[in-house]
Design a protein around this ligand. Structure first.
Ligand code: SF4
Ligand code: SF4
Length: 326
């Protein structure tokens, strides 16, 4: 698969800095029960990279040491990591909010029968991909049979209180476009999802997050193969909104890979754009370094893919940034 890094590194994206640290986003590994076309981490059932016990322990120390608001668990399918529950419990004991980026179908996998109950018991927020409310679109992007399974799991989550107002159990759905276009207005699309999922399946959810597809990894390779890379980059750049800069998620987040190395965000992680080493060290920053020195505000490593976060209404792991589609 062709990497898009060389096409992105030379950039005129504005200089940005981290203000403080609120969220630790941890990629527990690349194993996943699905292999979606747009996946920016190339996850799949054959991937074997998983966070080691040593790194899990360092992460737990970091949760004890830093004043963090949120632990955001991603992958692959993070639930497939054998220490997933240990990490969740550790964070919850510290009063840290936990997000599980869940593909829904993983909750039907053998060995995962009680994961939904575990998440509900510990009030873990679920952020779940559902790229459309229709079978064809979901199955096209995420594989045949995915839609039906997703609806089955969403019903179960509703029964556990997820997505039901005042239950305290947050269920957010994630939309990303199938092709090389920007997502529609988040609020309007949320209203549409709500109507369709309620009328057709009697389902509820807390909020819809719209995400921009990043021109990296599997989606980037598809753009190149289809001769659409430049057109897509032009779309992102011509839709740039300076108002999004203040809300970029990298200003308050740090991303850890399965080996413990640190990045400004998950996208930089997938491009291999690690936080540069200290002056005396030759290796990239690691959780171990963060434990010793803490994280001071510092310049963020940007490249042309950052236009994906700043285009239109903006995009982040928490959805649109400004609510403006102008
Ligand atoms: S479910 Fe998520 S992590 Fe798994 S392949 Fe699809 S996009 Fe990638
Ligand atoms: S891709 Fe987005 S989140 Fe990552 S460094 Fe660029 S602007 Fe920040």
């Amino acid at each position: 698969m062709k990497s898009t890094l060389s096409l992105l590194e030379s950039t005129d994206f504005p200089e940005i800095h981290r203000t403080h640290l609120e969220t630790l986003q941890a990629n527990l590994g690349y194993r996943c029960n699905q292999s979606c076309v747009h996946c920016h981490v190339n996850a799949g059932p054959q991937r074997s990279e998983m966070m080691s016990d040593e790194v899990i322990q360092l992460m737990q120390q970091l949760l004890d040491q830093e004043t963090l608001r949120c632990l955001d668990l991603t992958g692959g399918a993070p639930e497939l990591h054998p220490r997933f529950r240990d990490l969740v419990l550790h964070a919850r004991r510290q009063g840290i909010h936990v997000i599980d980026r869940c593909n829904l179908t993983v909750l039907l996998e053998p060995g995962q029968e009680d994961t939904a109950d575990f998440l509900a018991e510990h009030q873990v927020e679920i952020v779940a991909s559902l790229p459309c409310y229709s079978l064809d679109r979901v199955d096209q992007q995420r594989g045949r049979g995915t839609f039906e399974k997703s609806i089955q799991v969403l019903k179960r989550l509703n029964r556990l209180g997820y997505g039901i107002p005042a239950s305290g159990k947050i269920l957010k759905l994630v939309y990303n476009p199938v092709g090389a276009t920007l997502a529609p207005d988040q609020k309007q699309l949320e209203d549409r999802y709500r109507r369709e999922l309620s009328e057709k399946f009697d389902l509820q959810f807390s909020a819809l997050l719209t995400l921009t597809n990043m021109p990296i990894q599997r989606f980037g390779a598809v753009l190149i193969a289809q001769g659409q890379f430049d057109t897509y980059m032009n779309l992102l750049k011509s839709s740039y909104q300076a108002a999004n800069l203040a809300q970029l998620m990298c200003r308050t987040l740090i991303s850890v890979d399965w080996q413990g190395y640190l990045y400004d965000c998950d996208f930089n992680q997938q491009l291999g754009l690690a936080i540069p080493p200290h002056s005396r060290s030759s290796s990239p920053w690691h959780v171990r370094d963060l434990l010793q020195t803490g994280l001071r505000p510092r310049r963020i490593r940007v490249a042309d893919h950052c236009y994906g976060c700043a285009a239109g209404q903006g995009s982040s792991c928490g959805g649109a940034l400004t609510g403006s589609t102008a």
